[in-house]
Design a protein around this ligand. Structure first.
Ligand code: ZN
Length: 362
């Protein structure tokens, strides 16, 4: 019979490797951790188990989940991957637009979201989902860049994040290219333009979307390597990263975090059951990861709590614990583009909030 002590040692080593595996928890944190564990076990035994289903079909179940409610209260640090055109809850945004313009277009809200009760029928393929996504994105950009709406839109968007206990946001603007990578040009195609800043000896940090695909061996799939060649600061999505051990190793060594947006990946049909999301491999390997929501307006989410829920309950499974959540929240500050000095300040503020959250919920 194999030595039970050896087994225990192996299990410990295995756990220590995962995201948050080396985080030392205080007595109060351990108490909250066991509460979360119990709640998660209950949720896993129930049917339907939300991460296994299309988010649109189970959102109402997630909203009632005690784990989700705790995650809403949890200080999650920063949101590092949200697009400016789709940051704000749709209902509120529609109201804002109607109020500001006096326009009474009844179809407005229905036409500005991917949300539907029968997603498999409405978007049977990646093409169908992306086609609708791009149309809405274009319409949204047109609406919010209407000056009287824009100011309130940004304010309300920030308020919504604040209410979800997010303390800092890096919004995608400027040259950030949203859209389906599979049908666009690769990073390598733009190599001349992208080399321009370094040729001028200027520091211009890049934040590429890369590898938002399930098509192995394509140019888009290789974007994860090219993003690293151009010294990207983080990798947006990196869905394809686990297919490229070298890129995975490089991003880990250089501290290039993957911006994990699980609900976006599911709605855009890269994965259906989130327990099978490739980030499960990155998580058990302790890879630098931050959690974000990509386009909350389109996916019917607010803040980061929904995506944290999917990461904590679905992708991370029973191994994900309070240490995982703590590390993910701290990662969002550590891998932000704030200066080191501001990161220290943000971390101090976050820690105070975190300790309060633990004390109030353990
Ligand atoms: Zn994005």
């Amino acid at each position: 019979m194999p030595d039970p002590h050896q087994r225990e040692l192996m299990l410990k080593q295995d756990m220590a490797q995962q995201v948050g595996g080396r985080v030392e928890l205080t007595a109060a944190e351990l108490q909250l951790d066991s509460l979360l564990h119990r709640l998660k076990l209950k949720e896993m035994a129930a049917s339907p188990f939300p991460p296994a289903h299309h988010f649109f079909k189970v959102r109402h179940i997630v909203q009632k989940s005690p784990v989700f409610k705790l995650l809403q209260k949890m200080p999650k640090g920063a949101a590092l991957h949200i697009h400016s055109s789709a940051m704000y809850a749709l209902f509120a945004m529609g109201m804002l637009f109607l109020e500001t313009t006096g326009c009474a277009e009844g179809n407005l809200m229905r036409n500005l979201t991917l949300f539907t009760e029968d997603p498999e029928k409405s978007y049977p393929t990646q093409d169908a989902a992306w086609d609708r996504f791009e149309k809405i994105f274009l319409a949204l950009s047109g609406l919010i860049t209407y000056a009287p709406v824009f100011k309130d839109y940004i304010y309300q968007g920030l308020k919504e994040l604040y209410e979800d206990n997010i303390m800092y946001l890096e919004l995608r603007v400027g040259q950030s290219k949203v859209g389906r990578e599979d049908t666009g040009r690769s990073i390598w195609y733009f190599r001349d333009a992208l080399s321009f800043p370094s040729e001028l000896k200027t520091q211009l940090p890049f934040f590429f979307h890369a590898g938002e695909t399930d098509l192995d061996g394509t140019d888009v799939d290789r974007n994860v390597l090219d993003a690293l060649l151009f010294n990207t600061s983080r990798i947006g999505h990196g869905f394809a990263l686990v297919h490229h051990p070298l890129a995975k190793q490089l991003s880990r060594m250089r501290g290039v975090a993957v911006e994990l947006c699980p609900i976006s990946n599911q709605v855009l049909r890269l994965v259906s059951d989130l327990r099978n999301h490739p980030a499960a491999v990155l998580m058990s390997d302790g890879h630098p990861i931050v959690v974000s929501s990509d386009d909350p307006t389109l996916f019917g989410t607010t803040g980061l709590s929904y995506d944290f829920y999917q990461v904590f309950v679905g992708i991370g499974g029973l191994s994900a614990n309070l240490g995982t959540l703590k590390e993910l929240a701290m990662n969002s500050i550590r891998y932000s583009s704030l200066s080191l000095q501001l990161q220290d300040k943000a971390m101090t503020v976050w820690k105070e909030k975190w300790n309060k959250f633990v004390a109030e919920n353990s």
